[in-house]
Design a protein around this ligand. Structure first.
Ligand code: ADP
Length: 370
C-alpha cells in the first residue's frame, strides 16, 4: 500500500502538478532546465523572455540529440516575446541571452576553454572557442560564493549596464550563463590585451596615434553619457585592444574597447539631478571633485580621458607623488608639466587640449595660468 502511494507521488510532481515528467518545469527530481532571459539593449535589466529553449543533451554517454532540433517550450511570455524563441544559432541582434542552468559544466557543451587571459578581482578570464561558430571569446568566470553578496550586486549592476549598451568601442557582452554558484560572462575577445601593456612596450604614442585612440574613446564615452551611464573607472588597464596594425606611415592603429564596468552607474535624474558623491576610481585618474567627494557628474570620465591622453603622449602620468595625500594635493592644484623633451614633438593644440582640463600648466619653465 505504502509502495503504491509512493509510486503515485513520484508520477505527479508536487511542485508543478504535472503528471508527465517531461512537462515538469520545477527542479525537484527532474533534469535541470535552462532558463533564458533576453535583454533589450535599450533598457537596463529588462527581461523579455523566460523560456525553456532546449533540452540538454544526455550526459551519461547515451545518444546526443542536436539541440536545435528539440522543441522549445515557453513558460511565461507575452505574445511578442514568444515569437523570439531562443536557440544558439539565431540570437536576435542587440539582445544578450542570459541562460540560467544548474551546472557550470554545461557551458562546455557550447565552448572549448583555452588559455587564461587574466585574473580579475572576482575570478579569472579565460579564452574560449564557440563550438558552433569557431569564434573566439573571452569568458569571465566569477564564483559568486567566494566573491560575496556585495560583489555579486556590483557584478549584477555591471552585467545590466553591459546588456544595455552597444557601441563599436565598448566591449560587447555576448551572453551570460549563470548557475546558483557561478556567473559566466561571455565577451568579445580582445586579442591584443590591455592598452596599458601596449603603452608600456612602446614607451609612448605619437600625437596622431593618440588622437585616433582618444577619438574612439571619446565616442564611446559620449555614447555612455547620452544614456546617463558614468563609467567612473576609466584607466589604461580598462581599455582593451581588440586588434592593431601599423599603417603606411608607420603609425599604430588600435581598435580599442572600453571595458570593466564594475564601478559604472546609471544616473537617476531625481537624486540631486544625477549627481554622485561616492569617492571611487583609481587615484592617478581621479578628478578633483571625486577626490573631494563633492557632487560630481559624468565630467569625472572626461578628466580621466585627459589623464590617459597625457599618459599616451609621454608615457608618464600627469600627477605623481609618493603618497596618496600628496598625489591628491597635486590633482587639486591641477598643475600640468610639459617640460620633458617628448613634449617638443607634441603640437600646441595637443598640449592645449590637456591644459583646458586643468587650471594651470608648466611648459619649458614658463608658467601659464588660465
Ligand atoms: P578586474 O576584475 O580586475 O576588473 P577583469 O576580471 O575584468 O578584471 O579582467 C581580468 C583580466 O582579464 C584583465 O586584466 C584582462 O587582461 C583580461 N581580460 C578581461 N576581459 C578581456 C577580454 N574581453 N579579452 C581579452 N582579455 C580580457
Amino acid at each position: 500500500m505504502a509502495d503504491n502511494d509512493m509510486d503515485k507521488k513520484s508520477a505527479t510532481c508536487p511542485d508543478c502538478s504535472s503528471s508527465q515528467s517531461d512537462l515538469c518545469v520545477c527542479e525537484g527530481g527532474n533534469p535541470p532546465v535552462l532558463v533564458v532571459e533576453m535583454s533589450e539593449t535599450s533598457s537596463i535589466g529588462s527581461v523579455e523572455i523566460l523560456a525553456l529553449p532546449e533540452r540538454k543533451k544526455e550526459r551519461n554517454g547515451s545518444k546526443e540529440v542536436p539541440t536545435k532540433e528539440l522543441p522549445t517550450k515557453v513558460l511565461n511570455v507575452d505574445r511578442k516575446a514568444s515569437q523570439q524563441q531562443w536557440n544558439r544559432g539565431s540570437v536576435t541582434e542587440g539582445k544578450v541571452p542570459h541562460t540560467r542552468m544548474e551546472n557550470g559544466m554545461d557551458i562546455e557543451e557550447f565552448y572549448i576553454f583555452g588559455k587564461v587571459l587574466g585574473q580579475g578581482s572576482f575570478g579569472m578570464v579565460i579564452e574560449a572557442t564557440d563550438k558552433e561558430t569557431g569564434m573566439k571569446r573571452a569568458i569571465k568566470k566569477v564564483n559568486k560564493e567566494k566573491a560575496g553578496s556585495s560583489a555579486v550586486k556590483l557584478l549584477e549592476r555591471e552585467v545590466n549596464i553591459l546588456k544595455s549598451v552597444k557601441h563599436e568601442h565598448i566591449i560587447h557582452l555576448e551572453q551570460v550563463f549563470e548557475t546558483p554558484k557561478k556567473m559566466y560572462l561571455v565577451m568579445e575577445l580582445c586579442e591584443d590585451g590591455e592598452l596599458k601593456a601596449v603603452l608600456d612596450k612602446k614607451g609612448h604614442f605619437s600625437e596622431n596615434e593618440t588622437r585616433l585612440i582618444i577619438q574612439s574613446l571619446a565616442s564611446a564615452i559620449a555614447y555612455l553619457h547620452n544614456k546617463d551611464i558614468v563609467h567612473r573607472d576609466l584607466k589604461l588597464e580598462n581599455i582593451m585592444v581588440k586588434s592593431s596594425f601599423i599603417d603606411d606611415n608607420g603609425e599604430m592603429n588600435l581598435n580599442i574597447k572600453v571595458s570593466d564596468f564594475g564601478l559604472a552607474v546609471k544616473k537617476h535624474g531625481s537624486r540631486s539631478e544625477g549627481m554622485m558623491q561616492t569617492t571611487c576610481g583609481t587615484p592617478i585618474y581621479m578628478a578633483p571633485e571625486v577626490i573631494n567627494a563633492h557632487d560630481y557628474s559624468q565630467q569625472c570620465d572626461i578628466w580621466s580621458i585627459g589623464v590617459m591622453m597625457y599618459l599616451l603622449l609621454c608615457g608618464e602620468p600627469p600627477f605623481m607623488a609618493n603618497s596618496e595625500e600628496k598625489l591628491f594635493e597635486q590633482i587639486r592644484k591641477g598643475e600640468l608639466r610639459f617640460e620633458d623633451a617628448i613634449w617638443g614633438s607634441v603640437s600646441d593644440s595637443g598640449q592645449c587640449a590637456l591644459f583646458r582640463e586643468t587650471s594651470q600648466c608648466i611648459r619649458n619653465d614658463e608658467r601659464m595660468e588660465k
